[in-house]
Design a protein around this ligand. Sequence first.
Ligand SMILES: Nc1ncnc2c1ncn2[C@@H]1O[C@H](COP(=O)(O)OP(=O)(O)O)[C@@H](O)[C@H]1O
Ligand SMILES: N[C@@H](CCC(=O)OP(=O)(O)O)C(=O)O
Length: 370
Amino acid sequence: MSAKRIVVKIGSSSLTNEQGRLSVEKMSGLVNQVANLQTRQEYEVILVSSGAVAAGLGKLGWPRPNITMPEKQAAAAVGQGLLIELYQKLFAEHGIVIAQLLLTRSDIEDRKRFIHIRNTAETLMRHGILPIVNENDTVTVEQIRFGDNDTLGSLVALVTEADLLVLLTDIDGLYTANPKTDPDATRIQDVWEITPELEEAAGGNGTALGTGGMKTKLTAARMAVDSGIDVVVASSSEPNVLSRIMEGESLGTRFYSKQRLSSKKSWIAYGTRTEGRLVIDNGAVRALIERASSLLLPGIVEVEGDFHEGSIVQVVSQDGRLIGKGAVSFSDRDLRLLIERRQLGEKLHNYHEVIHRDAMVIQSREGIFT
Ligand SMILES: Nc1ncnc2c1ncn2[C@@H]1O[C@H](COP(=O)(O)OP(=O)(O)O)[C@@H](O)[C@H]1O
Ligand SMILES: N[C@@H](CCC(=O)OP(=O)(O)O)C(=O)O
C-alpha cells in the first residue's frame, strides 16, 4: 500500500502562549506527534504552520490590535525566522530534516508555478524531508493573499493530492454556534454535506490570534471535500490527536469527501482565478450538464473580458447562473472573430471546441464542482 499523505495545518493559537510568544511546550508536543507519523513508513506529512505574525509581535512586544499591514508584515518577517528556527531544532531531535516553503496565492494560480511547487514538495517527501508551508506574508498585498492558512492548507492538500487534511485549532471541532458566546452550542461530529445552515453556524470570528475562525475552516473544507480529500477539524491540545485520527478514532469534526476531481480540475475549480466569462445559450447549458459535452462554438452568445488561449474563464447561462469554469482554447479576440465569421455563414468545424470537457468543471445547484 502506498503511504497516506496528510496535510496538517496548525493555527496560531495552537503554537503560542498567553503572552503571544511561541510556546516551546505546545510546539514540541505537536512536533513529537508529527515526527511519530513521519517516521512510520505508511505516512507522509506536510505541515502548514501559522504563527509568524503572532511570534513576531510577541518578540517585538508590539501591541496586537490596530496594527497596520506593513507592521503586520514586518512582524511576520521577524516571526517566520523564529518559527522555523524552533521547528528545525525540535524536528532535529527526531532526526528529521525540514524545508521551508513560503507561498503566495499567485504562486498557486499560475499553472507553471503550481507544478513547480508540486514537484518540489514531491522531491522533498521522496527524501524524507518534511515540508513546512506558510504564506509569504511579507510580499503579499490584499489582492494576492490567501488571507488565512485554512485556505492555504486546503490548497496545499490539493497541490500535493493529499488523502487527508487535518486542521488543528484551539477548539475540538465545529459547533452548532460559537461555544465561546453560546453555551447551548453542541459539537457536530460528522459532516456529509456543507449546507447553508452549517455556514451560518460557522459565521463567528475566531480568536484574537487566529484569522478566520470556523468560517475559513468551512471554506477550506469545501474545497478539499470537492477534490476528494477528507477533512478533520480537531483540537491541537487533545493528547495524541494525530495518531488517534489516523487510527480512525472519531475526534473533532470530520468532513467526508464525495468524489475525487483530477488535480487539474481541482486547480480549475479552486486553485486559480478566472480571467473572463462566456455566456452560453440554453442548449449549450443542457449539453454541458446533461451530456457532459465539451463547450462548442455555436453555444456561445457573448464573450466578456481579456483573456488568452489557456486562460481559465467562467461559463455562465444567459440568466447569469455560473455553470462551470474551464481552460479556453482561444483568446477573447479570436473567439469574437470566430463567432462573427460563423454568424456570417462560414463553416468552422475545425474551431468547434472552445473548452474541452477534460479542462472544465461543472457546478451543481448545491455549489459542488464535478
Ligand atoms: N461554530 C463554531 N464552532 C467552533 N468554533 C467557532 C464557531 N464559530 C466561531 N468559532 C471560533 O473559532 C475559533 C477557532 O478559529 P481561529 O481562532 O481562527 O483558530 P486558528 O488560529 O486555529 O485558525 C474558536 O476558538 C471559536 O471561538
Ligand atoms: N501567515 C500567518 C497566518 C495567518 C492565519 O491564518 O492564522 P490562523 O488563523 O491562526 O491559522 C502567520 O503565519 O502568522
